[in-house]
Design a protein around this ligand. Sequence first.
Ligand SMILES: [Zn+2]
Ligand SMILES: [Zn+2]
Ligand SMILES: [Zn+2]
Ligand SMILES: [Zn+2]
Length: 562
Amino acid sequence: MDDDDDASYPANARSPHSPSNDTPHPTVNSSVSLLSDSSVSDSTGDQFASTVHAVIRLIQCPCCSRPLRAPLRLPCGYTLCRSCLPPIHERTGITYPVGEERKKGFTCYWGKEDGCAGEHCLGDCGADVLLGRLVDVFDEVLCNPSASSEAPSGEAHGFRVTWVGLGGDQPEKVVKSADVAGGLLEGMYDLVQRGRFDYDASEVKFEVHGPMDQERQLMERLKEAVRNELDCQVCYSLILDPLTTACGHTFCRGCVAMVLKNSDLCPACRRKLNMASTMKSEPINKRISDIMGTLFPEQVASRSDAAAQEEAAVDDDTILPLFVSSLSLPTMPTFLHVFEARYRLMMQRVMQSREHRFGMVMHNRAGRSQQGLGRSQFMQYGTVLVVDRYELLPDGRSLIVATGLYRFKVLSSYVVDMYYVGRIQRVDDISVIEEESREAMETSVAGGSSLSTENTSDEQPLESMSTQQLFQLGLDFVRKQHRRGAAWLHPRVLLAYGDIPTEPTQFPWWFASVLPVSDEDKYALLSTTSVRERLKIVSGWVKKLESQEWMTRSRLSITSSL
Ligand SMILES: [Zn+2]
Ligand SMILES: [Zn+2]
Ligand SMILES: [Zn+2]
Ligand SMILES: [Zn+2]
């Protein structure tokens, strides 16, 4: 038998290990009769054999049935070999985020009933470093060159496996079988490696000859080797609710959320993560979660119990002291001079806390009714700030520089020592995929020709502009004003808020920080849930400012405000 010629024996052909190898697609009858007159092993052995099947399946590609090669994680959570990706097609009507991979898409093998939306962007598919490593671990433990060599009849140690799988070009499923010499785990791994055992095999039956105790030892060795790879690099415990980053690294979902509070870099490779605002919509890594659930069910259960208790005990993130003053924005600095007694006290307490955070909310000057809060003294949406610099003056006043982390909505509030404390809920952006589909939908509804025409005339409604065009509109305005020496773009201002951003994500926060429009207008940004929505708001300001009557007035207000 020529083992190198794998291609001639795909999973949907009959295994060459079968002694009666002459018929490529055995009929149901012949296989059943083969099984019926054989001696079936005891029930614990059967149980073990089905465990072996479940374990081996953990590293199989659902497309080619072989061990996953360069595993690629799809946005729906499924994983396949990079080489097993469906055909790629061009995606249209999308300009943000930028990237060659974002222009390519494909139709997924899985559909609605499997929890997949059907269409994916190649840019959302990422390598899976941990899974790749686990497949290697399986190979290191289970690849035994002497296993599964041709099984001579009467071999003392070996097994026969029978299953129902796809019958190649035939639509109906067929019964297949293989006779393998050596142990169950090694033998099954060998079959999978050769692509001869279907991923979707059903009615799998084993007939084992020889002792099982060595098998159990090997299973324990495999488990141990796999377990050694499954510690989260942040908390050093078994990964809980595995979340895989775009760079391919896997951590507990909770650990990623915690890391993202202080940094936007991957804890493993220090690459930028870009997922803070889409955290909640990131899918679980199904394959890794399956591996843990199959091999370590008790550990997974006790780990999630412990985490649930911890979560119930530590609730500090959702309760924050509120500074009622002006508008603060995410990623941007806020400069405060604290002189009121209640806020002096509040800031002292913030500085004594572990994370040095507080919530900044605007005064509700117009006395507008806030959802669930009535006519509260402050506006409902705010920004969490972390103190970067704190200078306590001898008379008790303080000077503070803080940076905006993320936005929130106040759900309820109470008063402690004259200042407000709020129960807050984080405001996050929609996922990148949703962001893209909104752009594609809005631009196609509102004319459709906007992507092909380069000019962004004043007549073009903001709705129909691509996300990149909206960004460019703001950028062009800022550059023009900069060239004209606008006071609000003074080097002093750029020193405080940073240079003109080149990222659409960053632009609205920066623009709103430097542009002299009222805080009431800027407040609209705080409740938005997409980059496109924010770019539309700031583009609206630009259009207003550029219109004739606004320009004269704003020139006056711009010069007078600085
Ligand atoms: Zn594959
Ligand atoms: Zn999918
Ligand atoms: Zn962790
Ligand atoms: Zn990474």
